[in-house]
Design a binder for this molecule. Sequence first.
Ligand SMILES: [Zn+2]
Length: 75
Amino acid sequence: MAGSRQSHEGAAPEPCPICRRKSLPRLRPFCSERCADVDLGRWLTDAYAVPAEDGDEDDGGPILLPGIAGQTGEE
Ligand SMILES: [Zn+2]
């Protein structure tokens, strides 16, 4: 992966994803420990709520892109 580790200190801080308030540098991206806790709770709830399902939709065969069909040299 391209790892551009540039710290943008003071450059447009992201708002708290929970309440959209200004985030604290110490608790980034959250504004408070409460919000960090809420997010963690949501995450865990989500992890348990999501049923184990493998998105296996591989039954359509080869994907035919429009444009490629018809480009076969008809003589
Ligand atoms: Zn918050």
